[in-house]
Design a protein around this ligand. Structure first.
Ligand SMILES: O=C[C@H](O)COP(=O)(O)O
Length: 247
């Protein structure tokens, strides 16, 4: 198994979250883009305001590294129009993958029509533009039952509205990597939650994200059946090491 084929190398910190000046954070993103090119990562996952810069750097380097970005990150509670506008801007700037944060708060309140509408319309926008679409469900904010229900809901919206040939381009993704639980328990891609997602999202593929730090953990996720892993520790993992990155 070549683990690099599964890694979405991720840097999503804002300057404030990184404790840096804006220019310093841009430098980190630039370094990160060059690293992804050098390491032959399939994709880099960055904030929307960095997509145009990444596109320029990757094009100049004649590289094939794909660019992914996050939409309505990390809360996911904007309305569908705001999500569509942000996604359209990312597409215009050169994004290949669109990782939307699902309105999991609306889902938890039983507002299923809101969730179904955003999944339908945002997925359609992405697929109409030949993009890969992912839906982040934020597993740590959900009960087991809700993980099962929301994975199934996303699957059902996709299989009722799109052709089978696009299923592999619509992922269910576990976590933002930014959710804080009250008791600070691991809040990303755990084996338990990933198994629940795989069982209920199939035939849609699953992306494990949040807290994957070692080569062994990454390999375990792939063995379970995930098709992508989002991690800020991609370089270490690709080189068979443990990453020291925090959440
Ligand atoms: O989308 C991916 C996550 O943000 C990655 O999370 P991480 O920083 O815990 O690796």
């Amino acid at each position: 198994m070549n683990i690099r084929n599964y890694l979405d190398s991720t840097y999503l910190k804002t300057p404030k979250q990184a404790g840096l000046e804006e220019g310093q954070n841009v430098e980190i993103v630039l370094k990160f883009i060059h690293e992804a090119i050098d390491e032959n990562f399939k994709l880099i996952m960055i904030r929307p305001d960095m997509v145009a810069m990444a596109k320029e750097v990757i094009t100049k380097a004649n590289a094939v590294t794909l660019i992914g970005t996050v939409i309505d990150f990390p809360e996911g509670e904007s309305d569908v129009m705001a999500k569509l506008e942000e996604a359209q801007r990312a597409i215009d700037n050169g994004a290949d993958d669109l990782d939307f944060v699902c309105n999991y708060k609306a889902f938890k309140e039983g507002e299923l029509a809101i969730v179904k509408e955003e999944i339908l319309r945002c997925t359609k926008l992405g697929l109409d533009n030949n993009k890969t679409v992912k839906w982040i469900i934020e597993v740590a904010a959900l009960t087991d039952k809700q993980i099962i229900q929301l994975s199934s809901l996303i699957k059902n919206v996709i299989i009722s509205n799109f052709k089978e040939e696009v299923y592999s381009s619509v992922f269910v993704k576990s976590s933002t990597g930014f959710f804080k639980t009250e008791d600070d328990v691991p809040n990303g891609a755990t084996v338990r939650t990933i198994i629940m997602m795989l069982e209920n999202a199939s035939p849609l593929p699953v992306k494990a994200a949040g807290g994957v730090r070692s080569y062994e953990e990454a390999v375990e996720m792939v063995r379970l059946g995930v098709k992508r892993i989002g991690t800020s520790g991609a370089k270490a993992i690709a080189n068979g090491e443990d990453s020291k990155q925090e959440y």
